[in-house]
Structures are given as structure tokens and as C-alpha cells.
Write a protein that binds this ligand. Structure first.
Ligand SMILES: [Zn+2]
Length: 179
């Protein structure tokens, strides 16, 4: 989740596979998801595999379909609308996009239907480690549901991938208690 700290370091174009078949299968899954491989780099104990794609929805679907079993291993997808990543615990959105902070442009209200990957992201957001946590949102305009990041205890703007309506989403009913 600290990928932004390392963005300036030029990634190497280097991946290790057990076999040519495994490499070709991986490349095929990337192609199907509309993703390209940018590079892999290591920072301390952390390994970052960096991908790029035009469509955040396809990026999220890819990340959810490729579970990560190792700790300290991150797959991130740079998209024109945010950097999505996954580690062994959860899918995550690196940072809220700047436009998400202005819910004044919203034309409807979205409803939070579920937390994604349990409370991992919610707890990180409550502690200020991340500026968002992931939820499934239902569009107030067309009822389509999708995964997006919202701020903790605040109103956030999210954009429906189906009808493009900007929804205002209020996360104030999700509270992490401290004892
Ligand atoms: Zn919609």
C-alpha cells in the first residue's frame, strides 16, 4: 500500500516463472484483461509487480481473480482513474482520486451494500494508514453495483461505471471502535 513512495524508482523488466507455459498463461490472462506489464521491483522485503490498463473495472476483476498467497507481495494496476492493487489480504485503492473529494457534483446518492475483503481496508482507513476503504456501491441512478473506495466517516463522490452518474456516498454508519 506504500507503492507511491517507490514510484520514482525505475522498475526492472524482470519476472521469474517456473516454466515457459506458466509465463505464457500469465501473459494470456493479462491480455484478456486488457493489461500490460510495466515491471517488477523490490523495496526492502516488498515486491511490487506493476501493470497498466485503461479500464479500472477490468483491472479490479483481474486482481480479484488472481489471489496472492505471499506476504509482502503486491500487484498494482495503474489506470487513468486511480491505482488499484492487491496483496495477500485484500484488494485496495492506493488513494482516492482528487475528484472524489468533491461530492458537490453528485447527481444522486449511492448506497453502500457491503464491505470488500472484510474490515481490512476499513480498519486501515480508520487508523489513517489509507485514505479510503473499499465497498460495494449501488448506483442511485441505475442500480448497478461496483467496487469503489470511499473515505472514512465522510461523504465521498464515486462514479458509476455503467451510467457514469456521480454518486454521493456517506460512510458515516461504518465506525471502528477503540477500546
Ligand atoms: Zn449508474
Amino acid at each position: 500500500m506504500a507503492w507511491s513512495l517507490f514510484r520514482r524508482k525505475k522498475p526492472s523488466r524482470y519476472m521469474v516463472f517456473a516454466s515457459d507455459e506458466a509465463m505464457q498463461a500469465w501473459e494470456g490472462r493479462l491480455r484478456e484483461a486488457g493489461l500490460t506489464y510495466v515491471g517488477t521491483h523490490e523495496q526492502g522485503a516488498n515486491t511490487y509487480v506493476v501493470l497498466r490498463g485503461d479500464d479500472p473495472e477490468r483491472a479490479k476483476a483481474y486482481l480479484r481473480a488472481e489471489p496472492i498467497t505471499r506476504e509482502f507481495y503486491y500487484v498494482v494496476v495503474e489506470t487513468p482513474d486511480g491505482v488499484w492493487g492487491a496483496d495477500h489480504l485484500t484488494l485496495y485503492l492506493e488513494n482516492l482520486r482528487p475528484w472524489q473529494r468533491d461530492a458537490g457534483s453528485a447527481t444522486c446518492s449511492g448506497v453502500i451494500e457491503a464491505l470488500i475483503n472484510g474490515t481490512v481496508n476499513l480498519e486501515a482507513a480508520a487508523q489513517g494508514i489509507q485514505d479510503n476503504f473499499l465497498v460495494e456501491v449501488a448506483c442511485g441512478g441505475c442500480a448497478r453495483t461496483w467496487i469503489d473506495g470511499v473515505g472514512y466517516q465522510r461523504v465521498t463522490a464515486v462514479r458509476c461505471p455503467a451510467c457514469a452518474a456521480v454518486n454521493r456516498v456517506d460512510s458515516s454508519r461504518f465506525i471502528v471502535t477503540r477500546h
